[in-house]
Design a protein around this ligand. Structure first.
Ligand SMILES: NC(=O)C1=CN([C@@H]2O[C@H](COP(=O)(O)OP(=O)(O)OC[C@H]3O[C@@H](n4cnc5c(N)ncnc54)[C@H](O)[C@@H]3O)[C@@H](O)[C@H]2O)C=CC1
Ligand SMILES: CC(=O)C(=O)O
Ligand SMILES: [Mg+2]
Length: 604
């Protein structure tokens, strides 16, 4: 019981902390002098108090005046606002990269201040450190490169990874985001430049889940690239060879996973932006052996399911009506198929029907049109969702999006194709004939340029009564007469931080379908009916820590129910299972790292 009191107290501190926070505990540092100023984890810039300057050999290495954390914060935000003013009228790309640079410079210099401005301004800064700007950063990575971040394992490191993993300076790692750069957002194969994605995702982990930034590790597995332009670019920083395939490829991933597991057996590995064949294959290969999940397949599925269930509520129906919704999914890749699988399971669960029966309401379209069992060389991953000729109601193999939408008149049109603009005017106008008076359009592909349609076009062509969601942020749409078309951001960022934190605190060695389902259900029930009825399906990004506390608790409780929770730190499995729902949420919240300057104590 004393432990319950302890974490409840910790959470009260968390709530009352801002600039006038309770005095944080000391932090041991093994360096002195300029080495501290050059270490972004310990550096406080002009914020070192005079006593600390004396203790740490910093006297004379800084201008004499001590600037408080609040002043440093304001100074940074003022610089950021000046940059906004000074870049007005310049192309979006230039402005976005300038904003990313100023944040990145702070990240490189002073992590405490960086994460504080990120957490406090997450809605404004998420589009810079995450989608859409992170896509631009990856595309321009070789030119933007100043210093490395994370670890790089290449095909040339075969046989060395077990020792290389010990080159990482931190003793503990909780969360790893791993990519091979083969499908970066909707931008395709960006090779080693894809490292920007694990970096961005882990920044979201710190901001949304309070994962300690000293315990995160972005990883690039460079197995070559098939992007000819990059191979010919003399500044390209990755291996200049075609991607490894087959067993050669898998042996690299295997070696990496074994190395990670050997050094940090409890670290969670999030697979991110792998091309579809490897996304599915690696999930299948590792999910029962390692604590891992695939965010594009599983995180996206949960967020989409929450949005689909929200749509049913927004239409004024009860959840049992989910089974009657006609849903067209455009994109049969890792994301689209993950969504279909989870949504069909949910229909079967909610309606009490078989999964085979549940499938009849779903239509899958890929680059070759409607996917049916009549297709030659039907992709085995898409086969379970292919339409059977007897259920096709006049549709044929390969029908186009417009043909399917006109015939099916779906309640929901959901895009995960990576192709910008394919929900064109004709398709959107056809959605006016939907059987629902409040149809939903989910243009979930990233970054913004790859969204299946813009928010403005969706409301303009499909009608003002639609529910709209996109993967990257768009502004709400002014519909005139004081009316606003609400834009939801249907992005896996609402789930992956909670999946990671909940799993970490549970101490589970696996991430199960049950834990992922609990995460999705938690997000689905997060919004109040009042908001849902006005088309708001997801909470504001501003409340991402609250969302993550709830999602994390749901994941943790699912792990407890499945008897997988082994506990974390001093809190063991029995204490976890004794917590009620509210206590679990508080426990998760109280374990979120929050950036404050700690007094530094030197130890040799
Ligand atoms: N909002 C979110 O949280 C997430 C969004 N995404 C986005 O989803 C997109 C797809 O990701 P993955 O499924 O991993 O990619 P993928 O490459 O595995 O699959 C793309 C699919 O789209 C289909 N496609 C391509 N052109 C098409 C066309 N003209 N018409 C219809 N279908 C077409 C392909 O046949 C393929 O089935 C990316 O843009 C990614 O950024 C992915 C994960 C999460
Ligand atoms: C959001 C995300 O994971 C993607 O677009 O791939
Ligand atoms: Mg992704």
């Amino acid at each position: 019981m004393w432990k319950l009191v302890r974490y409840a107290a910790a959470s009260n501190i968390a709530r009352s902390r801002r600039f006038s926070a309770a005095i944080p505990g000391p932090c041991i540092v093994h360096k002195r002098g300029a080495d501290i100023l050059h270490d972004p984890w310990f550096n406080k810039d002009t914020g070192f108090p005079l006593t600390e300057r004396d203790r740490l050999g910093l006297r004379g290495l800084l201008p004499p005046r001590v600037i408080s954390f609040e002043q440093q914060y304001d100074r940074f935000m003022n610089s950021f606002r000046s940059l906004e003013n000074n870049t007005q009228g310049q192309p979006d790309k230039v402005v976005s990269l300038a904003k990313w640079r100023i944040l990145n410079r702070l990240h490189d210099r002073n992590e405490t201040l960086y994460y504080r401005v990120l957490i406090d301004n997450i809605k404004e800064f998420a589009p810079i450190i995450y989608t859409p700007t992170v896509g631009l950063v990856c595309q321009n990575y070789s030119g933007l490169f100043r210093r490395p971040r994370g670890m790089y394992f290449s095909a040339k490191d075969k046989g060395e990874m077990m020792s290389m993993i010990y080159n990482w300076p931190a003793h503990e790692v909780d969360m790893i985001v791993l990519t091979d750069g083969s499908r970066i957002l909707g931008l395709g194969d960006l090779g080693v430049q894809g490292i920007g994605i694990p970096i961005g995702k882990l920044d979201v982990y710190v901001a949304a889940a309070g994962i300690n930034p000293q315990r995160i590790l972005p990883v690039m597995l460079d197995v070559g690239t098939n992007n000819q332009k990059l191979l010919e670019d003399c500044l390209y920083l990755g291996l200049r060879q075609p991607r490894l395939e087959g067993e050669e490829y898998l042996s690299i991933i295997d070696e990496f996973m074994e190395a990670v597991h050997a050094r940090w057996p409890k670290a969670i590995v999030q697979f991110e932006d792998f091309q579809m064949k490897w996304a599915f294959e690696t999930l299948e290969r590792y999910q029962k052996r390692f604590c891992m999940f695939n965010d594009d397949i599983q995180g996206t599925a949960g967020v989409a399911l929450a949005g689909l269930l929200g749509t049913v509520r927004a239409q004024g129906q009860s959840l049992s009506d989910f089974g009657n919704q006609r849903i067209v999914v455009v994109g049969a890749g890792s994301a689209g198929l993950g969504v279909l699988k989870m949504a069909i399971q949910a229909v079967a669960r909610i309606s009490g029907c078989s999964e085979i029966a549940a499938k009849s309401q779903f239509y899958l379209i890929d680059k070759d049109g409607l996917v049916t069992t009549e297709r030659n060389n039907l992709d085995p991953a898409a086969a379970p969702f292919a339409k059977n000729p007897r259920d096709m109601e006049g549709l044929t193999e390969g029908c186009s999006i417009i043909e399917v939408v006109k015939k099916v008149k779906p309640h929901v049109l959901l895009g995960l194709s990576g192709v910008g603009g394919i929900f064109n005017e004709e398709v959107l106008k056809a959605m006016r004939e939907s059987v629902s008076t409040k149809p939903a359009i989910f243009a979930m592909s990233n970054p913004t340029m790859n969204a299946e349609c813009t928010a403005i076009d969706a409301f303009k062509h499909a009608g003002e009564n639609i529910v709209f969601a996109s993967g990257s942020p768009f502004e709400n749409v002014d519909l005139g007469n004081g009316k606003v078309g609400h834009v939801n951001q249907a992005n896996n960022m609402y789930l992956f931080p909670g999946i990671g934190l909940g799993t970490l605190l549970s101490g589970s060695h696996l991430i199960t379908d049950g834990m992922l389902q609990a995460a999705a259900e938690c997000l689905a029930s997060y919004m109040a009916d009042e908001d849902i009825l006005s088309g708001i399906l997801y909470p504001s990004v501003d409340s991402i820590r609250d969302v993550t506390a709830e999602v994390g608790a749901a994941v943790l409780r699912a792990a407890v129910e499945e008897e997988l929770a082994e506990g974390h730190g001093e809190v063991g499995p029995r204490e976890l299972s004794n917590m009620c729902k509210e206590e679990t949420v508080e426990y998760v919240r109280s374990n979120m790292w929050y950036p404050v300057y700690s007094p530094l104590v030197h130890e040799k």
